[in-house]
Design a protein around this ligand. Structure first.
Ligand SMILES: *[C@@H]1O[C@H](CO)[C@@H](O)[C@H](O)[C@H]1NC(C)=O
Ligand SMILES: *[C@@H]1O[C@H](CO)[C@@H](O)[C@H](O)[C@H]1NC(C)=O
Ligand SMILES: *[C@@H]1O[C@H](CO)[C@@H](O)[C@H](O)[C@H]1NC(C)=O
Ligand SMILES: *[C@@H]1O[C@H](CO)[C@@H](O)[C@H](O)[C@H]1NC(C)=O
Ligand SMILES: *[C@@H]1O[C@H](CO)[C@@H](O)[C@H](O)[C@H]1NC(C)=O
Ligand SMILES: *[C@@H]1O[C@H](CO)[C@@H](O)[C@H](O)[C@H]1NC(C)=O
Length: 755
């Protein structure tokens, strides 16, 4: 059992390759091959190092067993598109199969690693696909763990991937360059191997996947190592933004006239021929004018078509003029009045029909918007908001139009991206109307139908959450396919940046404890004050924002759910961040308030140790901070991993107490963890004692602060309770700190019994 937990917790090996060498001088040498078998290999790619724009674009063309293959390291490339900046690779499938001769399960955990290369798995084109009748499988990237559960409880249906019919799927987050597939060993095929010997997980092009019941029984996937799936990669020349890339004329890749630079946050910059041009923007004169007149299907012209640079003109012969794409005789000639009359009639008719068409299209668009609005629960939200307005006055929750948000964010400009999460991208925006309020706009990734229904309701509840340590949801936009959320803008970055940022800023224990306390309060509020309780689902230091006074604001409710009141609302997709994800949740697929407690325990560790929750650089057992911490606690080596910035003889006892609290939060079994309320209360008490060292002199005052009578040393009362032992007075609070305590603190409080 222990070892399976370890497997789940330790994150996986990755080969870190240094960023590709600086780009070679732009342009392709003559004599470079441009094809490998049937596959086009356009520049910036090359089959020799000197033929590629830089080392990252070097591919090998090799013939193995009579088949010619294009290879990047060991991955096979099947197609390259310069126009879309994409390439198609073949990907291994991870398998978990029954071994008949040993009667045991075996696993092949395939992994891909493109770190340091120009490729990123395309989030829009790929999906995580899991196959199997008793399967719980995960893809783990360097920061995400995402998995789903597949059973055969329902009837199998070709072409459908629903979770209960042998197949489940999950969205891929943006920016993934590394992942490995793995399985929960407790869900296996030992009992059903005769029908379905294997479970599978892969990340693949969603357009290329269609479920077939034969996948579960076929021996093709099972036997062959070459059961591989197509995956779409995005590529970019370097990770620079366009402006940065343009600044170095010798290295800038878009060398053709009539070419533009396009930037994507995931892959960096690449080039594209300008409108009206076609070809390869990476080679000199690569973008050629499109002769539109040769392609009347795409560029219809009823008159005389004339190609121009980057465009074309369509005109009518002398004496005729163009009206609605049709050349008609000019109206001058009086002797053809009937014809003119007829053509005027025709024109009027055409205009009329066109107008009617336009009006219809507009209505259609309006209907589409309305249908999205309804689908996202907009009506429900509207109704409820209206009734609440009557009840409690203006709730400052706005339903924004798509137009307004596009304006506020410069049409979701890449320059305005504040960050990416597993659930979407956050942009900084400024509301143009009124007071020019700064906002944070989150565009979610597509969510499935079930979630869409819940969406309106969830938003409604979050809109009412009003706690000073929770980021305020100002409104949302529902008339788009994927809902957009609007939050207040929080200026001082994340807790992650504060702890791990490289500005060399000292963060005092006092500040850390306050941030921990405020975050705990916020989570406790979500768990206990809202009805039904709201579970955050993705507590981590990057989701704790800091406002102007460095007060904590818990954010990102993308993974949040309302505590389900029955089992039918059981989740089928698990998603979380490496290092923070509750191992029990990964086993049971049931998100509980205690899952948040676990993740919060990891945040406490970050505050205590100044180390990242998950660090691929470390050795195997050092990657996960929680594992490291638990080992250190077991071996009484806590001091070794505490942050030097806050570790000193005065603070050590406080730190030990926080560490003990963190240890309780990290209990494997959720029932043994304290509630968020208990955690917050304990942090609160600890803060008070740190703030008022003078209270040590007065046991009664101390009791009041602690909120616990000091005579209660009865050990039964301490189950799940955390008791504070007071160390030396903190020098941080120098005001009342004159030393000379009349009571030996530990003895006075009789606290040892609880530990
Ligand atoms: C521009 O790129 C070239 C080629 O990669 C490199 O050698 C040079 O140092 C760069 N210049 C600047 C100013 O960064
Ligand atoms: C191409 O093959 C050579 C020799 O086998 C190898 O050293 C090199 O790493 C390969 N390059 C790529 C991009 O796969
Ligand atoms: C299956 O089990 C046999 C006997 O223990 C072992 O020799 C073989 O390697 C196993 N096969 C796989 C694919 O693990
Ligand atoms: C799905 O299609 C395969 C052939 O492509 C067929 O053998 C199988 O019976 C079909 N399964 C179902 C459930 O229709
Ligand atoms: C298969 O799953 C069962 C529980 O469902 C578990 O007891 C058994 O150990 C698992 N087998 C393997 C090889 O992991
Ligand atoms: C081509 O010309 C038309 C009309 O002059 C203009 O509307 C269109 O934007 C031009 N297209 C390009 C790609 O420049």
């Amino acid at each position: 059992m222990e070892s399976s937990w370890l497997l789940l917790l330790s994150c996986l090996p990755a080969v870190w390759v240094l960023a590709a060498a600086a780009a070679a001088a732009a342009g392709r040498s003559p004599g470079c091959a441009t094809r490998c078998g049937e596959i086009d290999v356009p520049y910036p790619f090359g089959l020799d190092p000197q033929c590629a724009i830089h080392a990252g674009f070097w591919l090998n063309c090799t013939t193995v067993d009579g088949a010619t293959k294009l290879l990047d390291k060991n991955s096979e490339v099947t197609k390259i598109s310069v126009e879309d900046g994409k390439a198609w690779f073949k990907n291994f499938i991870s398998r978990q199969c029954y071994n008949q001769s040993s009667g045991d399960m075996f696993e092949n955990n395939a992994w891909v690693d493109y770190t340091g290369e120009p490729y990123v798995l395309s989030a829009e084109d790929n999906k995580i696909i899991v196959l199997g009748c008793n399967s719980m499988a995960y893809m783990q990237s360097d920061s995400y763990i995402i998995g789903c559960m597949s059973t055969c409880d329902g009837p199998l249906k070709n072409g459908s991937c629903s979770g209960t019919a042998g197949c489940c799927q999950a969205e891929l987050p943006p920016g993934v360059q590394f992942y490995q597939g793995f399985f929960n060993s407790l869900h296996n095929t030992t009992k059903i191997w005769k029908q379905t010997p294997c479970n599978y997980i892969t990340v693949m092009e969603s357009a290329a996947f269609s479920f077939s019941s034969t996948y579960l029984t076929s021996t093709v996937l099972y036997d062959s190592d070459d059961g591989r799936t197509p995956v779409v990669m995005e590529w970019g020349i370097t990770r620079q933004k366009c402006e940065e890339a343009k600044a170095n004329k010798t290295a800038y890749a878009c060398v053709s006239d009539h070419s533009d630079c396009v930037y994507s946050d995931a892959a960096g910059y690449r080039c594209r021929c300008s409108g009206g041009f076609k070809g390869n923007p990476y080679v000199v004169d690569g973008c050629a004018d499109i002769d539109e007149c040769l392609d009347s299907a795409t560029y219809p012209c009823a008159g005389i078509c004339k190609n121009t640079l980057g465009n074309f003109t369509c005109s009518c012969p002398r004496g005729r003029s163009m009206i609605n794409g049709v050349c008609v005789k000019s109206q001058r000639s009086t002797w053809m009045a009937p014809v003119v009359g007829a053509s005027v009639g025709l024109v009027t008719l055409v205009i009329g029909v066109t107008c009617a068409y336009l009006v219809r299209e507009r209505r259609k668009l309006h209907r589409v918007k309305q249908s999205y609005f309804r689908r996202h629960g907009g009506l429900l939200l509207f109704e409820e908001l209206k009734s609440q307005h009557h009840q409690q006055g203006a709730a400052a929750f706005t339903i924004f139009s798509e137009e307004e948000l596009q304006q506020a964010t410069d049409r979701f400009d890449a320059q305005r991206v504040l960050g990416h999460g597993g659930h979407g991208t956050v942009y900084k925006g400024v509301l143009k109307s009124g007071t020019a309020t700064e906002i944070a706009v989150k565009r979610c990734m597509t969510i499935d139908e079930q979630q869409k229904k819940e969406f309106g309701k969830e938003m409604l509840i979050l809109s009412q959450v009003n706690h000073r340590n929770i980021v305020k949801l100002l409104g949302c936009c529902l008339e788009v396919e994927v809902p957009i959320l609007v939050y207040e803008f929080v200026p001082n970055g994340t807790l992650f940046d504060l702890i791990h940022g490289d500005h060399g800023q000292r963060v005092s224990l006092d500040t850390r404890l306050r941030i921990a306390y405020e975050s705990a309060e916020a989570l406790a509020y979500l768990h206990s004050c809202a009805s039904p309780p709201i579970l955050h689902g993705d507590v981590k230091s990057t989701n704790i924002l800091l406002d102007g006074d460095y007060a904590a604001k818990v954010s990102d409710f993308g993974a949040s759910i309302l505590a389900p009141n029955d089992k039918s609302q059981f989740v089928t997709v698990v998603q979380g961040t490496c290092g923070y994800l509750d191992p029990e949740y990964m086993q049971t697929y049931e998100l509980t308030d205690k899952s948040d407690v676990y993740s919060f325990g990891v945040v406490l560790l970050e505050l205590l140790t100044g180390k990242k929750a998950f660090d691929l650089q470390g050795s195997e057992q050092d990657r996960s901070l929680s594992m490291r911490f638990l080992y250190a606690m077991k071996e009484n080596r806590l001091e070794d991993i505490l942050d030097d910035q806050i570790k000193n003889s005065e603070s050590i006892e406080y730190l030990e107490e926080i560490a003990e609290l963190a240890r309780q939060c990290l209990e494997m079994s959720g029932v043994n963890r304290p509630t968020m309320k208990e955690v917050a209360d304990k942090l609160g008490r600890l803060r008070k004692i740190m703030k008022h060292p003078w209270a040590h002199e007065d046991p009664e005052e101390l009791d009041r602060l602690l909120g616990e009578p000091s005579t209660t040393t009865n050990s039964t009362a301490t189950t799940g309770n955390f008791i504070i032992a007071i160390g030396e007075p903190s020098t941080a609070n120098s005001t009342a700190n004159t030393g000379n305590f009349s009571i030996t603190k530990r003895a006075a409080m009789g606290l040892e019994s609880g530990r």
